[in-house]
Design a protein around this ligand. Structure first.
Ligand SMILES: Cc1cc2nc3c(=O)[nH]c(=O)nc-3n(C[C@H](O)[C@H](O)[C@H](O)COP(=O)(O)OP(=O)(O)OC[C@H]3O[C@@H](n4cnc5c(N)ncnc54)[C@H](O)[C@@H]3O)c2cc1C
Length: 452
């Protein structure tokens, strides 16, 4: 550890906190700069998505557990239930229930604020300094290298700024990251971008849970599919249901009581509607609009400036339907840790190369699924069409075959690579079982558009 070294992380959300956790092992001081006031608990302005379902995939949970030993037990102790992914919780893929079989995967059913608060508490307890109400407004640079960050007190409108010197600045400010502008301002190359627009709308609400709801099960997830709406109802800390409804391509759920309940009735299966039509609402529904997945190709920069990294949603923001963002942020934290013993000038290039391999997998999975919706604009290569047709068959096979169901869930949880579904024995199973299950296929009915 070089004496007196300082790393500054911009953004105290999941990606920023996990990055700070691994930086702490290699830098004398780590400071996290966050624009928001950081509450003891509960929602905050800079993370509006915290009001919506936040499934934590097993790969993400196990990485977080390795970084913060005892995290799962602690969050459970605070009331979040844990369960096996497919036992006592229901997953519907292409409208058919994935066979309820043990998968070896744990689901930690915590609200996003509870998980973030606990990770923040533990990161701070390590000695990482959290500076709340402090917004990053630009980079300090010298000879093409980033040497620190310029910040401002977010609640003082006097325009005064402060310079914080740093050996490394990590941008974890999320999808709206201004890093491309900052790089341009220092005369450095700016990364290319890819977007897949889905115009996804969410509406979410919490309800009091009663033991008889969902026959005592812990949750239900109904994935969207072409022309059909989706949603989830998950049991959370405080014995509540967190219900999120979603629709793609402008088919957004309403937030008024009757509209929300009526939207739930149009899902391919009735489980969520059964809950929302009898349970006591605890708050009003809140909306969220997600325009599209956004990837920034920092790994393609010939010589990214030394002293500066971009992580998390600032690097790649995924369609939330597939619940990948927190897990990919956790994978990036491990990638950073692998790169870190050497903090030399090529750290950014080494990190981006590693991160790109992880992002590629999740990006392919989510954008392929998006392109299965005919209204989504994008390049449908022969490979994309073949994969999507095969995945639809895998959904059908997973309804009756525990081995397919298990494999599908393990790869959706980023525990296994997508090639697990491509092994010859698995392909044979999928093809045979999906043919047997042809009678169970749900005929897609176009969702009603607003105003129809
Ligand atoms: C509707 C929705 C649902 C989602 N559901 C899931 C899910 O089910 N599962 C899952 O794994 N992921 C989900 N995600 C993604 C997940 O929220 C993110 O991937 C995760 O929070 C990691 O993002 P991040 O930390 O990079 O950025 P963010 O969470 O966006 O946080 C950025 C942070 O930077 C701060 N900030 C911004 N600008 C500045 C500045 N200039 N200076 C200082 N601080 C700044 C913000 O206040 C905020 O704290 C969902 C996202 C959305 C939008």
């Amino acid at each position: 550890m070089a004496s007196g070294t300082h790393a500054v992380v911009l953004g105290a959300s999941i990606a920023g906190l996990l990055a700070a956790r691994v930086l702490h092992e290699h830098y004398d001081r780590v400071t996290v700069v966050e624009r928001d006031r950081l509450p003891e608990a509960g929602q905050r302005r800079g993370v509006p998505q915290g009001r919506h379902l936040h499934g934590l995939m097993e790969r993400g949970r196990s990485i977080m557990e390795s970084l913060y030993p005892g995290l799962t037990d602690e969050v459970s102790r605070l009331g979040a239930p844990t369960t096996e992914v497919l036992v006592r919780s229901r997953w519907y893929l292409s409208g058919l229930r994935a066979h309820p079989t043990p998968t070896g995967l744990t689901t930690l059913l915590a609200s996003r604020p509870l998980l973030e608060t606990e990770i923040r508490r533990r990161t701070s307890a390590l000695g990482v300094r959290l500076r709340e109400r402090t917004a990053a407004v630009g980079l300090l640079t010298s000879a093409g290298k980033v040497t620190g960050v310029e910040v401002t007190d977010n609640e003082m409108a006097d325009g005064r700024t402060e310079a914080i010197a740093a050996d490394l600045v990590v941008d974890a400010t999320g999808r709206a990251s201004r890093a491309p502008d900052w790089l341009a301002a220092m005369g450095a190359a700016v990364p290319g971008e890819d977007r897949v627009d889905v115009d996804l709308g969410y509406a979410s609400r919490t309800y009091r849970r009663r033991p008889e709801h969902l026959d005592g099960d812990y949750g239900v997830v109904i994935s969207t599919m072409p022309g059909r709406r989706g949603g989830g109802a998950i049991r959370l800390e405080g014995d509540r249901w967190h219900v999120t409804l979603g629709g793609m391509l402008g088919d957004h759920p309403p937030t008024d009581h009757d509209g929300f309940t009526a939207f739930a009735a149009t899902l391919p299966v009735p489980d969520i509607h059964r809950i929302v039509s009898v349970a006591e609402p605890l708050d009003d529904a809140v909306p969220h609009r997600f325009r599209g997945s956004l990837r920034r190709y920092y790994e393609r920069l010939a010589s990214p400036p030394a002293g500066f990294l971009v992580v998390g949603d600032a690097l790649c923001s995924f369609n939330p339907l597939y619940a990948q963002g927190m897990t990919v942020a956790a994978q990036q934290a491990l990638a950073l840790r692998e790169c870190l013993p050497d903090t030399g000038g090529d750290l950014p290039a080494r990190f981006y190369a590693k991160a790109a391999r992880l992002v590629d997998i999740a990006w392919q999975m989510s954008t392929n699924s998006d392109l299965n919706h005919p209204g989504v604009v994008g390049d449908r290569t022969l490979r994309t069409r073949l994969v999507n047709s095969y995945v639809t068959r895998a959904h059908r096979a997973a309804h009756i075959d525990p081995a397919v169901s298990r494999t599908f869930m393990r790869l959706a949880n980023l525990v296994e690579s997508p090639t697990a579904l491509m092994r010859p024995a698995m392909i044979a199973r999928v093809l045979w079982q999906s043919t047997r299950n042809v009678h169970h296929e749900l005929v897609p009915v176009p969702a009603r558009r607003p105003g129809e």
